[in-house]
Design a protein around this ligand. Structure first.
Ligand code: C2E
Ligand code: MG
Ligand code: MG
Length: 697
């Protein structure tokens, strides 16, 4: 059957004139008449089905697609189209060489003048790729819609084009409220402008921005989100949209903040603790550079212990927390405050431009040391303060803290100045101390220590009644070094334990040697540092030393300086009581210089009180010293303890002491501390002291 009707012919001729319009595209296109015969087909159509335009009028659709497919799929639709109803449908077709393709087929009825529905135009579009992409997109859309993570898409100006349900849920805004607005509507207002600037710079440059932002819900509450914002590009690489994928990290942030508080904050004052302070200060320096004019100040509240003792620990805590408040409320220049020890605080300060640091410190001390009002009592406080300037030399925060703490400890020793600044000189001395500490270790191993003995004498008769063992360091290059120089260093460097043990054993050894030599020894007093007590096992160490040397406890005396009470504790009291029960003689050294309360004196089991040499030296010319000496003698009587004066340098002082009722003493007037051999000779001779003619006797 051919379709050589006039109409088809006319139509074919028109199409051939314009065939270039229809041959250009990828779509297949053909015209069919009511007998299912081809009238015309474009190049793409002919190629796909292997047809020639010249022979096309000879062919029917059924020839080309096969009887089965024609009858089932095509014919019913063609018929409906000829009935005037355009057809759209999708089908699949297996092309030789191309495989199975998805096709969108459309039939349009073509009306010729005065002849409706004589022809039919078919357009066949290969939609295989489009449908595959659609499928992908549908999957993706499903994922974003279901995702628990908020997702938003904005246009280039940041106006929201899409949000998923999670976004609505977390922000509290509905999709309608958000679309067309910028994310500024959910900003917390706490994020610095620079953060947003950085964000925009990154994404407009086509890069992905990741970060954390704090946002605000519709109900006003704040929440944290971790965000990945990436630019969406079209095929030509042009940015068309921005996509933000977020995650609610509020709980994580809160946990992190709580942990930070524990790790970096002092719970009592809310100030940074040591670790927090160093971190924060490092961060500040990383951000703003090394502040040449800055200073690190360390200070403490003097005698906080007194306050604790007088008003109770709650009062002490209250005072510390109020003090912390003062630091937080410091105006202006102050940058960082921390509590880095029990009563120790630190400030990193940057005085206002041009202001002298000293003036600033003056104001600081003045405002910080105002008295505190606790109920009806006025609590006065005194500050000790040391500082170090940052200057040009960059160094770790730990070094700065060490420097200002060193200055602080020097201020504790000399409070006649308002504060101490760390200096080159202090630095040199510190280095010397470090060097000494190192050498101390060696000294013990190489047996560089020795004990000297100073007689304790009955003032009235000059009889030797006891002695004090005093340590000397026989330094290989520097000669004899006095304990005043190295004991404090040993106390700070953990060396005091081993050195103290050495003294104890050596003193006991001497005692035993003297006895074995048939001499009648006197009690030997050994000086003990508070640090030796703090280990908690001091009494048992003494016991072992005595046992091993076969020395009776009564032959040994222990001298502790009055300053032990600055660190009075249950451990100390307990150890002392054990020693006293053992029968060891206990002596309170340097009495009158340090920290004592009648309470301690009464509670602690001292056999003897030693009047500090400072008062003894000035006994004759200084009425105050005389009063103190008198008072100590009375006090000792009341406590049922012996009293002994140290530092007697003249017969006049000795006489005055006797007159005041003091019965024993020691000092250069009687004898210098003697080498062991010389002291042994004294024991042998049992001569009265002093050895030179004494006009007083
Ligand atoms: P201290 O226990 O008060 O010892 C008395 C100090 O005064 C001794 O100084 C002694 O030589 C000195 N001295 C004695 N009589 C006079 C005098 O008439 N005039 C003057 N100007 N000074 C006199 P030294 O030996 O330099 O000891 C100083 C301090 O070092 C001792 O003071 C004691 O606290 C400590 N020390 C000495 N040996 C030891 C020790 O083995 N262990 C401990 N932990 N500390 C010790
Ligand atoms: Mg002593
Ligand atoms: Mg003394």
């Amino acid at each position: 059957m051919t379709n050589n009707t006039k109409a088809s012919k006319y139509f074919r001729e028109r199409l051939e004139e314009f065939h270039y319009l229809l041959d250009g595209g990828d779509d297949l296109f053909c015209i069919i008449d009511a007998n299912y015969c081809y009238v015309w087909a474009n190049r793409a159509y002919l190629d796909v089905y292997g047809l020639q335009l010249e022979e096309i009028e000879e062919r029917t659709v059924e020839d080309v697609v096969g009887a089965e497919y024609f009858r089932q799929t095509i014919k019913p639709r063609i018929d409906r189209c000829f009935a005037g109803e355009a057809q759209h449908y999708e089908t699949e077709w297996n092309y030789a060489g191309l495989g199975l393709r998805k096709l969108l087929v459309r039939y349009y009825p073509i009306d010729l003048p005065h002849k409706p529905n004589t022809l039919l135009g078919a357009v066949i579009t290969d939609v295989t790729e489009i449908r595959a992409r659609d499928q992908e997109l549908r999957k993706l859309a499903h994922i974003t819609e279901q995702s628990p993570s908020p997702v938003a898409v904005t246009d280039l100006e940041g106006r929201i084009e899409y949000v998923n349900p999670a976004f609505e849920r977390i922000s509290g805004y509905s999709r309608e409220e958000l679309l067309g607005n910028t994310p500024a509507s959910i900003q917390s207002g706490h994020t610095p402008e620079t953060a947003y600037q950085e964000l925009w710079e990154t994404i407009t440059a086509g890069k992905v921005w990741t970060g954390e932002l704090q946002n605000r819900r519709k109900d006003g509450t704040l929440y944290w989100e971790s965000e990945v914002i990436s630019p969406l590009k079209d095929e030509s690489g042009r940015i068309t949209n921005y996509v933000a994928i977020k995650q609610d990290i509020t709980a994580l942030k809160e946990a992190e903040q709580a942990l930070n508080r524990i790790a970096f904050e002092d719970p009592l004052t809310g100030l940074f603790n040591f670790v927090g302070f160093t971190r924060k200060m490092q961060k500040h320096i990383d951000q703003h550079g090394w502040p040449v004019t800055g200073a690190l100040v360390t200070f403490n509240i003097a005698r906080l212990r007194d306050i604790n003792d007088a008003y109770g620990h709650e009062a002490g805590d209250w005072l510390l927390s109020r003090f912390g408040r003062r630091l937080k409320d410091l105006p202006g220049e102050q940058i960082l405050a921390g509590r880095i020890g029990g009563d120790e605080f630190t400030l990193f300060i940057l005085p206002a431009h041009g202001e002298a640091l000293e003036l600033y410190l003056n104001r600081l001390v003045e405002s910080l040391s105002l008295p505190f009002q606790l109920a009806s009592v006025n609590i006065e406080i005194e500050l000790r303060l040391g500082y170090t300037r940052l200057g040009k030399r960059q160094r770790p925060i730990e070094d700065l803290l060490r420097e200002s703490e060193r200055a602080l400890s020097l201020h504790r020793q000399d409070t006649s100045v308002p504060w101490v600044a760390y200096s080159k000189r202090i630095q040199k001395e510190t280095q010397k101390r470090i060097e000494l500490a190192r050498e101390l270790r060696l000294a013990l191993a190489e047996d560089q220590f020795e004990l000297h003995f100073q007689p304790k004498v009955d003032l009235a008769t000059g009889t030797l009644i006891a002695c004090e063992a005093l340590i000397r360091w026989n330094h290989p290059t520097r000669g004899l070094i006095s304990p005043g120089e190295f004991i404090p260093i040993a106390e700070q460097s953990q060396m005091i334990g081993p050195i103290g043990d050495w003294v104890l054993y050596r003193a006991c050894q001497h005692l035993r040697d003297w006895r074995n030599a048939g001499l009648q020894p006197v009690r030997v007093a050994v000086n003990v540092s508070i640090i030796q007590f703090q280990r908690g096992d001091f009494a048992s160490r003494v016991r072992t030393a005595l046992d091993q040397s076969e020395v009776a406890p009564e032959e040994l005396a222990l001298e502790v300086t009055e300053s032990v009470f600055e660190r009075e504790s249950a451990v100390l009291l307990n150890q002392m009581s054990v020693l006293r029960d053992m029968g060891v003689w206990l002596s309170l050294d340097d009495f009158g210089t340090g920290y004592s309360s009648l309470l301690y004196l009464q509670r602690y089991p001292f056999n003897e009180i030693k009047i500090d040499q400072g008062f003894v030296f000035k006994l004759l010319e200084d009425p105050f010293s005389r009063n103190i000496v008198e008072m100590v003698i009375m006090l000792a009587k009341a406590l049922n303890a012996e009293v002994i004066a140290e530092g007697i340098e003249s017969a006049e002082v000795r006489n005055a002491l006797i007159e005041m009722g003091c019965r024993s003493g020691q000092g250069f007037f009687y004898s210098m501390p003697l080498e062991a051999e010389d002291f042994r000779w004294l024991l042998e001779q049992r001569s009265k002291l002093p050895l030179t003619t004494d006009p007083g006797h």
